[in-house]
Structures are given as C-alpha cells and as structure tokens.
Design a protein around this ligand. Structure first.
Ligand code: NAP
Length: 486
C-alpha cells in the first residue's frame, strides 16, 4: 500500500476537498500534495476560499446546540469508536502520513497510536468533567461553578504531526461539547480529511467536525476570528504566525490556545550514564526526523565529557539509514519540502563558518527528495544562529558548560520555553535543575515528554495554554459561576 488509491482500499474514500457537514465541497484553489521522497504530486485537493470557510462555521454553529446537549456518555462513545477505528486502520493511516509528510514509517505508526490516544483519553474525560460547589466566605450563599462548552472552535494545525496535532484538539473539543472547523496545513491535508471521515463513521453528527483545507490561511483565519460565533482558536505552528493570530484574536477577544515553536536544550551532566544519554539524544533529536517542536535543538554538555558524548552520538547517527519513509529499514525520511531543507542547510553552513566541526553528515545527499543527512556538529560557538533558531531537521549542535549555573543559564537563554531535557546520574540534581528551567515541560532522563494524559505546552514564546491531560479539556470550556441562595 503506497499510493493513495491503494490506501483508500483500507481507509475508504479520502475527500479531495473541504468536508462541511456531510458534504465534500469544491473550491477555487488546487492544493497539490507532494510526496517529499519523490517530489511528485500524489493528490490534488480543492482549497477553500473565505466564503466556503464561513459556511463551515454556519454548519458548526447549527450542530453546536444538539451536540452539546448530547449526554457526556454519548460524546464519549463517539470518541471511543474513533479511537478503535484509528487503531484498526493504523497501518493505512500511517502510510497516508508518509505519503504526504515523508517521515519514516515507524515514526508514522507511532504518531497514529499517539494521535488515537487523544480520542481514548478524552472519551474517558468526557464523562468526568466536574464542577465545584462551595460556601461563600460570608456564609450567605453557595458558589456553584460549571464548565460549559465554549462554542465553535477554529483549529489550525501544522504539517509535522498531521494526525496528532488534529486529534489533540478535536478530542477535548468534542468531549467538552464543542463543534470544530479544522484548517490543516497545506502540505498535509489528506490525513486531516481521512480523520474527518473516520469521525463521521464513529458517529460524530454532520457539522460537528468540519475540515477546511485552504491555501488562503491568513484570509480565512482573519475572517473566522471576526465571526462572533467562533469562540475559540487553537493553533499549533510557528511563533511568527501564532503572534499574528493572537493579535487578531485580541481585537476580537477570542479565547486562544497557542502551541508554538521550541528550542529545546538537552543538558548532559558529567555524572550521566553516557549510553543512556546518547540513546536519549537519538530519540529526542530524531523523533520525526528532527521535525518536532519538542526536538532537542541544543546539546549543552559538561565540558569534561563533551568529546566522548559527541563521538558516541556521531557514531550512532552514522549507522542510520536515510531513504523514502515507506521503505522498510528507513530510519530517517526526507524533510517535508525544499524550504525546510534549505533552512537546515543554511544553519549548518553558518555554524561551520563560525568554527563548528562536523563529525558526521552536514550535507544533503545528491538524490531526488528533500533529504538531509543526520548531522553532529561539535564545538558550536555560542553566537551561532543554529543555537538560536528552531532547526527542524536531523542536526545535533553541541556546546559545553563548566558548572550547573552556566548550564541553566545557557538552557534558559532563549525566547522559547517548550521543553528541556536533563540527563544526570543524580535524580536530586535532575529535579533541582528541572525546577530552574523555564519551560513548560522537562524530561528528566527521558527523551519523550508527549503523553495524552499530561498537560503539554510552553512558556515564553512557545505559547499559551495546555493540550492533553485534564487541563486540555478545560481549554474548550467557559467557566460559569452561579451564586445560589437556598
Ligand atoms: P506554520 O507555517 O505556522 O503553519 C501552521 C499552520 O498555520 C498551517 O495550517 C498553515 O497553513 C497555517 N498558517 C500559515 N500562515 C497563517 C496565517 N497567516 N494565518 C493563519 N494560519 C496560517 O507552521 P508549520 O511550518 O506548519 O509548522 C512548524 C511549526 O510548528 C514549528 O515552529 C513547530 O515548532 C511548531 N509546532 C509546535 C507544536 C507545539 O505543540 N508547540 C507542535 C508541532 C509544531 P498553510 O500550510 O496553508 O500555510
């Protein structure tokens, strides 16, 4: 199963245009979906204009009252069936991701399992949304607190996790009783469209989940944020776009959740188990081929072990197989497009010009597809751009620290604050350092923090709000307090 037609044998037909209610619409634009491994067009999808996007809001608004009036158990059952369907179609959905995103098949399978877990987790949370009742301090009345569905939610997602970034929003939104308009990234509309159909099969009534691919993201988002029926925007993507959306949402006073860029430090202390630190570095760096907001972006290593760590990491990286994501045995697939590869290449060249040493990789192989070789750069000077920008590719820049204060200062010297990683042989050191790190999440001797049951999100310019966990569902509710005299 490698072509879209073959995949549709398992998935059912994948819409080639906006899904609004139970209809698949056309649109004035064509979105050509390109396989990053071959640079060939694998499908063409109709892109919505602003008017079509507004009809998606009309439809979501009509579906809102009946959906929020369904019992929590009914909403839970829909999400649970969606989880079951995703798991039963894991292989075909994973291959669909590979087709349009390029990542290696094991990464895509892991993404589908992770993505499905948001449906399972929120099927469980849907029936556990509690309120609160207290007595006012004066003793005059009771304070009753309810969490009501916030309303129609606009969800905008990136290409790097085309399934998981969508389910991480749709799961809690539907559990809370909201209806949604999902705008997927133009590189990867097919996965979102397949999820739209799957949710309908799972029993989501028409209009509850609308999927609107569009090349006119800016115009669509602006128009929808000005629509008073849209009460929530949840965006995952770059900090630059998030900033503009926030400014717009501020004018319209729309509740905003922002999951933005990262620049994760990966600290390795002198007492760390080096085998475990290198194995962790491989995962934290290379999950999704390095195209992850949580990817370790700066390796900050105790100077007493930095050479050893760098040599071992380079050795591990040199054993990886780079190739089409669909091929068995591929560890690292291509990057999503030429623009992303050019950025990676520019950052590496800049670091080399500034004095860094390439231990492995540092080039794009001469073949078709948007490939870049796994790369380790040692002795990266402090001012190099690669330490300040999100790389989004399989490149590990290494710099050093002399003591804990310097390690923490270097780790926090960024505008981002999504995640940090700490490797140390002393858990007390890990916990102390973890608390001093200014990021929403810290992995201590662990290279993966993503978990549907945990609050995922960042500080500083990595965003606002949390997804996952109990917190993730509250993001789709409005808190109401009733002052009750009885
Ligand atoms: P992006 O360029 O910001 O695009 C993300 C989404 O926003 C896409 O659907 C895109 O649509 C849309 N978009 C672009 N311009 C827009 C505008 N002016 N108004 C409204 N929507 C607009 O980001 P990306 O390159 O796809 O994704 C990579 C970024 O996402 C990285 O910075 C990464 O760190 C971040 N990310 C963060 C998290 C997290 O949880 N914090 C998770 C994953 C990724 P088009 O594709 O049609 O332009």
């Amino acid at each position: 199963m490698t072509t879209l037609t073959e995949l549709e044998g398992s998935l059912g037909p994948v819409a080639r245009g906006p899904i609004i209610g139970s209809e698949v619409r056309g649109g004035p634009d064509t979105i050509a979906v390109v396989d990053p491994a071959t640079e060939e067009v694998v499908a063409e999808v109709a892109g919505a204009d602003v008017d079509t996007a507004v009809t998606a809001v009309d439809t979501a608004e009509l579906a809102l009252a009946p959906w929020s009036a369904r019992s929590p158990r009914e909403r839970s059952d829909v999400l649970r069936r969606a989880y079951d369907l995703m798991i039963s179609r894991c292989e075909a959905l994973a291959r669909l991701i590979v087709l349009e995103n390029g990542k290696a098949l094991p990464d895509a399978r892991a993404e589908i399992r992770y993505a499905a877990e948001f449906f399972r987790w929120y099927s469980e949370e849907a029936v556990r949304l509690t309120g609160e009742i207290t007595t006012a301090p004066a003793g005059t009345n009771r304070i009753m607190v309810l969490h009501k569905p916030i309303g129609v939610a606009l969800l905008i997602t990136p290409w790097n996790f085309p399934a998981a970034m969508a389910t991480r929003k749709i799961g809690p939104a539907l559990a809370a009783g909201c209806t949604v308009v999902l705008k997927p990234a133009s590189e990867t509309p097919l996965t979102a469209l397949a999820l739209g159909r799957l949710l309908a099969e799972a029993g989501a009534p028409p209009g509850v989940v609308n999927v609107v691919p569009s090349r006119r993201s800016g115009a669509v988002a602006s128009r929808l944020l000005d629509d008073p029926r849209v009460r929530k925007i949840s965006f995952t993507g770059s900090t630059e776009v998030g900033r503009d959306l926030l400014a717009h949402a501020a004018r319209a006073i729309v509740n905003s959740g922002m999951e933005l860029g990262g620049n994760a430090p990966f600290l390795v202390f002198g007492d760390a188990d080096l085998d475990s630190a290198v194995a962790g570095a491989m995962v934290a760096k290379l999950r999704n081929g390095g195209s992850a907001c949580t990817a370790a972006n700066r390796f900050i290593v105790d100077e007493s072990i930095a050479d050893d760590f760098a040599a071992r990491l380079a050795q591990a990286m040199s054993t990886l197989t780079v190739g089409p994501g669909m091929d068995p045995g591929t560890d690292i697939g291509p990057l999503v497009n030429s623009k992303t590869r050019e950025k990676v290449s520019r950052l590496v060249d800049d670091a080399l010009a500034a004095g860094a040493k390439a231990l492995v990789g540092a080039e794009a192989p001469p073949r078709r597809g948007f490939y870049y070789l796994p790369t380790v750069l040692a002795a990266v000077p402090r001012g190099a751009h690669i330490l300040g920008e999100e790389i989004f590719g399989p490149v590990a820049p290494i710099t050093t620290f002399a003591d804990t204060d310097e390690a923490v200062a270097l780790a926090n010297a960024t505008d981002y604050g999504l995640v940090s990683y700490v490797y140390t042989g002393d858990l007390r050191n890990g916990l102390r350092v973890g608390e001093r790190l200014d990021s929403g999440m810290v992995g201590i001797n662990r290279p993966v923090v993503s978990d549907p049951a945990a609050p995922f999100g960042g500080t500083k310019q990595s965003g606002l709000g949390r997804e996952g966990g109990h917190e993730g569902m509250l993001e789709y509710t409005e808190t109401q307090y009733l002052a009750v005299d009885w």
